[in-house]
Design a binder for this molecule. Structure first.
Ligand code: PLP
Length: 383
């Protein structure tokens, strides 16, 4: 990307004028076209009372095609959902669990990838790996698998350490076994260039409000079309059926053949319209370019943090991280430092007494340098 192109993309994000925003693992800022699309929908409702169903749905289908392109999958494998949790819940409800099944999951996964499995599958035995074990590859997962393992549930990128699991290795291992793979992609989708059709995982779900740079309350669920016919019907509603129009309400309609059957009722059109535009921006940049820029900024950040004596818990191997860098220094009260950085206009997260810093493609090397220059130097005064 040329400097001029980068400048043009940065112009789309007004947040860049006010802050050095390095907090995409928490919240993706909205770009102007995203807001304009949502406002356009709202304005039409204000002026005309409604957006006609066929028009609203056409806008959704455009978004679906963009989501499919971003993930390298087919349109009919994409459903819009309201958050990451909703994706996990659809997957849990659709898998035909049997008595004696076990499930391999992460002990320290983000809670949205833990609680649904505990609440909804109390009788399924849980076997645990940790994100720290996943740094060294997927053997820790394979060791726990036996012929009763029905599913493996992984946070693609860990919300705290930033460890990126080797989902490709897990998928390859499961290909010859009847094990479902569920991927919480909330901290990876939009930051990592990944063709999911190549992976042969079963479910991938991510909210739109972080690395995808969409609004909160939007999200994407991918369901591998190879498993769709084998799933138990779940989360189905009246809009899981194929409606052409609403004049004839009472003739029963057949179920949609694709993953959009999981869009069970009236959609969050406003959110989906916004997400559609943020997907368009990411695709305009190109996901390989996005991922390359994130990787470059993360490497610079990590180098500077280490120079200043910070302990970085995120793995250095570019294959084992995405856009999150998490660090702390034993002699520094991180909550005080975090508050001071915020006051100075540097936005990142405080998580488990560490700084979690998460740049996106539109951040610059200069911003990373400025952020790191605001950190205490090694051996210098702390406050
Ligand atoms: C890995 C991961 N999954 C999911 C979520 C959020 O879940 P939901 O979109 O259901 O609120 C987060 C939020 O920080 C996360 O880090």
């Amino acid at each position: 990307m040329t400097d001029l192109q980068l400048k043009a993309f940065r112009e789309l994000f007004p947040v860049t004028r006010r802050y050095i925003y390095l907090n995409h693992a928490s919240n993706g800022p909205l770009a102007t076209p995203v807001v304009q699309a949502m406002n356009g929908y709202i304005e039409q409702c204000r002026q005309h009372g409604e957006v006609p169903y066929s028009e609203a749905e056409a806008g959704v289908e455009e978004g679906r095609a963009l989501a499919a392109r971003l993930m390298g999958v087919r349109c009919e494998e994409i459903a819009f959902i309201k958050n990451t949790s909703a994706g996990a819940i659809v997957a849990i409800g659709s898998i035909p669990w049997e008595h004696g099944d076990n499930l391999v999951m992460m002990k320290d996964a983000f809670p949205s990838n833990v609680y649904p499995f505990h609440y909804l599958l109390p009788h399924v035995e849980k076997r645990y790996v940790t994100s720290a074990e996943l740094v060294n590859g997927a053997d820790c997962v394979f060791r726990l698998v036996d012929r009763h393992t029905r599913a493996i549930v992984i946070d693609w990128v860990h919300f705290l350490s930033g460890v990126r699991a080797d989902v490709a290795a897990i998928a390859a291992f499961c290909r010859t076994r009847a094990i479902h793979i569920l991927v919480d992609a909330m901290q990876g989708l939009g930051a990592v260039d990944q063709n999911f059709a190549d992976l042969s995982v079963d479910f991938v779900y991510a909210g739109g409000g972080k690395w995808l740079l969409g609004p909160q309350g939007s999200g994407i669920l991918y369901v591998n079309s190879a498993i769709l016919p084998k799933l138990k019907p779940a989360n189905l509603g009246w809009l899981s059926a194929q409606w052409e129009e609403f004049n004839d309400i009472y003739t029963q309609k057949p179920m949609k053949p694709g993953a959009n059957r999981f869009e069970e009722g009236t959609k969050n059109y406003i959110g989906i319209y916004g997400l559609r535009e943020s997907l368009r921006i990411l695709l305009d940049v190109g996901m390989s370019e996005v991922a390359e820029r994130v990787r470059m900024l993360v490497q610079l950040l990590r180098r500077r943090l280490e120079e200043r004596g910070f302990e970085v818990i995120t793995p250095a191997d570019p294959q084992r991280h995405a856009g999150i860098v998490t660090a702390s220094r034993p002699d520094i009260d991180t909550s005080v430092l975090h508050a001071r950085l915020k006051q100075q206009g540097f936005i990142c997260s405080l998580r488990e007494n560490r700084l979690r810093i998460s740049p996106h493609f539109y951040n610059t090397e200069e911003e990373i340098e400025k952020f790191c220059a605001a950190l205490p130097v090694r051996g210098g005064p702390v406050a």
